[in-house]
Ligand binder design. Structure first.
Ligand SMILES: Nc1ncnc2c1ncn2[C@@H]1O[C@H](COP(=O)(O)OP(=O)(O)OP(=O)(O)O)[C@@H](O)[C@H]1O
Ligand SMILES: [Mg+2]
Length: 368
């Protein structure tokens, strides 16, 4: 038996409750073979020890059955949002009229035909949420998934510009649901498609809520694997409406490296934690700058703060993106870098983030 045979053997072990095997799922980090002795490192993200133990036992049994001597090292990472006191931080709900605790989210229902809802959020404005949302949506699409992008920024929609959608007519089906606008295979909706250019949006909270509800259920999304929601900054009506209208399977927080932005990360994470929405991780945007002429790298705002915030909050760090003129011009000219420049280094970063996000969503839904 050589190392490949051992790896193939490990491929016969399914990750509990999933269709995928443990190699495919990325749980096995190292395999070393010396004679009969196999050293294996298992790296598992889990809410409790049940699944890690089941995987370890399965690996042990399988290897022993084939005359090998397993030596297993296991690293279990805790899934975010499961600090032991997370629940007790949830404020007590006031008692309802009949002495029962009203559940403000009682009418929350999953969207029909949508497997995962993923929100992209930030505490601070202008950090690159919309840029991340659209590029991540395309990177997810590239993985063969059906993806939708919902622009939940009602006061300042950016997706029409980022996608280069101008002067379109939105059409409704016979049930009065509007068809999403498809751009390079990505289904999208934005208030920018429905109102005249330059017309200021001065709606009040209840209308924001209605619009978000409309975008979730009044759009003929069809079957989607992932609906990416581009949120406005902060913790306002859009965030609240979204959480009240449908369960969110995960939120990604985008930040820039400065301290002020990081303080907002903490605020944002705490808000989602209180609303029982799992934060999947943090992305640091505008992390550094590489001068195109000299190739010299400049760390303008204390690079690395996003990673530190992630470690402090016990959240996965999903990746970092530099300040890149191609990212900016892509966003402003309706050609997101992931489709405009598929070979670029930063497109690759989006693909890596997409891969992590898919894994984390699968975990989140299974564990939540
Ligand atoms: N990595 C990057 N490199 C260069 N420019 C970037 C990068 N990320 C975002 N930008 C640019 O920064 C500006 C703000 O980005 P974006 O609109 O995505 O931020 P946002 O967080 O969605 O903002 P808002 O809070 O207003 O919704 C845009 O002009 C965008 O092109
Ligand atoms: Mg935005």
């Amino acid at each position: 038996m050589n190392r490949d045979d051992v790896v193939n053997l490990l491929r016969t072990i399914k990750y509990p409750n999933l269709d995928r095997d443990i190699i495919d799922y990325g749980v096995v980090q190292g395999v070393d073979l010396e004679g009969e002795k196999v050293s294996i490192v298992l790296d598992i993200l889990a809410r409790n020890d049940e699944i890690p133990n089941a995987v370890r036992t399965a690996v042990e049994t399988t290897l022993k059955e084939h005359g090998l001597e397993p030596d297993i090292r296991m690293q279990v990472k805790r899934f975010p949002n499961v600090s032991p006191n997370a629940k007790s931080q949830t404020p007590q709900q006031p008692l309802g009229p009949h002495g029962t605790s009203p559940d403000p989210w009682a009418d929350r229902q999953r969207l029909e035909n949508v497997k995962y809802v993923l929100a992209v959020a930030s505490g601070k404005g202008g950090v690159g949420k919309s840029t991340v949302a659209v590029n991540l949506a395309y990177a997810l699409k590239f993985r063969g998934l059906n993806v939708g992008l919902l622009d939940a920024d009602i006061y300042g929609p950016s997706q029409p510009i980022m996608l280069g959608v101008k002067d379109i007519e939105v059409v409704a089906d016979e049930q009065q649901r509007i068809y999403p606008i498809e751009v390079q295979g990505l289904k999208t909706i934005s208030i920018g498609y429905l109102i005249e250019d330059e017309q200021p949006v001065v709606w009040r909270g209840p209308l924001v809520m209605k619009t978000i509800e409309q975008f979730l259920r009044g759009v003929a999304w069809g079957a989607l694997d992932i609906l990416v929601v581009d949120l406005p900054p902060g913790t306002g009506d859009a965030q609240l409406s979204l959480v009240q209208k449908t369960p969110i399977d995960g939120v990604i927080i985008v930040t820039t490296p400065q301290d002020v932005a990081l303080a907002d990360v903490i605020r944002g994470h705490s808000m989602f934690e209180k609303m029982d929405v799992p934060t999947l991780g943090i992305i640091e945007n505008m992390s550094y700058f590489v001068a195109p002429d000299t190739g010299k790298r400049y760390e303008l705002f204390d690079h690395g703060g996003g990673r530190k915030a992630a470690t402090d909050r016990n959240l996965p760090f999903l990746g970092e993106l530099p300040l890149d003129p191609k990212i900016r011009s892509g966003a402003d000219q309706g050609k997101p870098i992931v489709i405009a420049d598929p070979a670029s280094e930063n497109t690759q970063v989006f693909h890596e983030i997409a891969e992590k996000v898919v894994k984390l969503l699968e975990e989140s839904v299974r564990l939540h």
